[in-house]
Design a protein around this ligand. Structure first.
Ligand code: ZN
Length: 505
């Protein structure tokens, strides 16, 4: 049996529930693969069936007349004929034995007198057409997802566009969602603080109802924000604009894993609390003491909550502050020098952009390969070589690779080389250190040090601090830039391509 695949949707067909031609073809191919039908021709028509005289329809009947095919595969009888002339011609060809089979994924037809009667009804009656709508709606949703369009209510930060039936960005809310990710990625906020922050920034607008704590993790884990869609357990690439980068998303997932679900809210009045630990691994606490003279002192000491501890000293707040400042001085860069370094970076950027062109080309070749793989995967799935579950798993891997690559390409196209942005942030953070010193903002200093370092120990009244790369190199130079501004060690990283890792966001 040789089948002709026939798909039709007319532009004047104002019923939106009808699948697009593309969707019909997809469903029909899937159906053909399942039913093992041999397709000899695939015809599509963008004309109405209400009036006779469709070109492709006539071409199909001619092919059948010449014996090139003896079966028709179409989405629904209403795709074939919606006027009595066309319906009559098909039925006449069935009578003559020219058409031996009619297959519809949505309609069961057998060439018996009873079947022919049913077909006549299907051709002629719009009631059937209405009955078929429900099936079409769910299939239409699946097709929408396949086309990269989210079929239901848009997530926070997006809008359903009733005209295009696509998903648009809600600029104001999108900004807040983006900020949620960025704030969480600093590691300094918990879910409750984020929900509270959202409430605070949302009170101005009546339309924004605020946020429950339980909503925050759902937002932070929604792949929709990086341009993907999870629909019934399957990952699809969306056509909507991503709000955040995959890099930021990954960072947030990492932090979420680290923090787990329960986390206490930090609340204290001591600026350097939470910065240091004791060599015995217990936390350092602070307390206020009032001398007989009436003067208040703040002391930092070990909590002694982790068993025996050798530390017997208390460190006064003023003393600790001095040590913090002296460290900050080592990693600070004046605003004037910052400008110079940034200008130098800019020059480097244009150079790097040139070099990046080749790299981008390579990524694009890789991307084409992945796209070919996806197509091949779909083919083997349609041919039932692999199971639906297997298909989903493999597809997810490929789609994620594809998004990752796409992002790399954007990175290279926009930034030139991915180390440049961290380098710029790094320079700016050195400048931030200088500003913190200028404004004597103690609690911000704590945040800054936590960001650029790890494992801060208070031992023997000394603050032992191990900065992350590249801050360690700057600190080891004994001070910031020399007066004549020769670029320090970290400057050469771009050339050797060993990128500075773990830079603060
Ligand atoms: Zn201790």
């Amino acid at each position: 049996m040789k089948y002709i695949l026939y798909a039709r949707k007319s532009t004047e067909d104002d019923d939106r529930q009808i699948l697009s031609i593309e969707a019909q073809i997809f469903e029909l191919k899937e159906f053909a693969a399942k039913e093992k039908l041999e397709i000899v021709a695939s015809l599509q028509e963008a004309k109405t069936a209400k009036e006779p005289g469709r070109i492709k329809f006539a071409e199909m009947l001619a092919l059948i007349e010449r014996g090139k095919a003896d079966g028709i595969l179409s989405w629904n009888p209403d795709r074939l004929a919606r006027n009595s002339v066309d319906g009559g011609r098909i039925i006449h060809m069935i009578d003559r034995g020219l058409i031996k089979a009619l297959k519809f994924p949505t309609f069961w037809f057998e060439p018996t007198p009873q079947g022919l009667f049913m077909l006549q009804i299907a051709f002629g009656q719009s009631k059937y057409y209405v009955d078929a709508l429900r099936e079409n709606v769910t299939r239409g949703m699946r097709q929408k997802v396949r086309n990269g369009v989210w079929p239901s209510k848009a997530p926070l930060g997006y809008l359903n566009n009733p005209k295009t039936r696509g998903i648009d960005v809600n600029t104001e809310k999108a900004r807040k969602v983006k900020k949620l990710f960025e704030l969480y990625a600093t590691g300094n906020y918990n879910l409750r603080e984020l929900a509270e922050w959202y409430m605070r920034v949302s009170t101005k607008s009546n339309l924004d109802k605020g946020m429950y704590i339980s909503q925050v993790p759902k937002i932070l884990q929604n792949v929709f924000y990086i341009g993907l869609m999870k629909y019934k357990g399957e990952i699809f690439q969306g056509t909507h604009e991503p709000l955040i980068s995959k890099k930021l998303f990954d960072r947030v997932q990492e932090i979420m894993r680290e923090k787990g679900k329960s986390q206490k809210i930090k609340k204290h009045n001591f600026a350097f609390l939470g910065l240091m630990k004791c060599p015995c691994s217990a936390a350092i606490t602070a307390e206020k003491k009032i001398k007989p003279s009436g003067r208040e002192y703040i002391y930092y000491r070990c909590t002694k909550k982790k068993g025996p501890c050798q530390e017997k000293y208390f460190l006064r707040d003023e003393e600790l502050y001095k040590q913090v400042k002296s460290f900050l001085q080592k990693v600070s860069l004046s605003s004037q020098d910052t400008k110079k370094v940034l200008a130098e970076l800019e020059k480097d950027e244009s150079r790097a952009k040139e070099e990046a062109k080749t790299t981008v080309q390579n990524f694009k070749t890789e991307l084409t390969k992945i796209e070919a793989k996806l197509q091949k995967l779909l083919d083997v799935y349609l041919n039932e070589v692999i199971s639906a579950d297997d298909y989903k798993v493999r597809k997810e891997i490929l789609v994620i690779q594809k998004v990752g690559l796409g992002e790399k390409i954007t990175d290279f196209e926009q930034i030139g080389l991915s180390w440049l942005e961290p380098a710029r942030e790094f320079v700016l953070s050195l400048n931030q250190a200088s500003k913190l010193l200028e404004f004597e903002n103690k609690s911000e200093m704590t945040t800054f040090l936590k960001n650029i370092g790890s494992n801060c120990i208070l031992q023997n009244r000394q603050l032992l601090f191990s900065p992350k790369i590249p801050y360690d190199l700057v600190a080891a130079c004994g001070g910031p830039m020399p007066k004549n501004l020769q670029f320090p060690l970290w400057w050469t990283w771009g050339e050797s391509d060993s990128r500075p890792g773990n830079l603060p966001a």
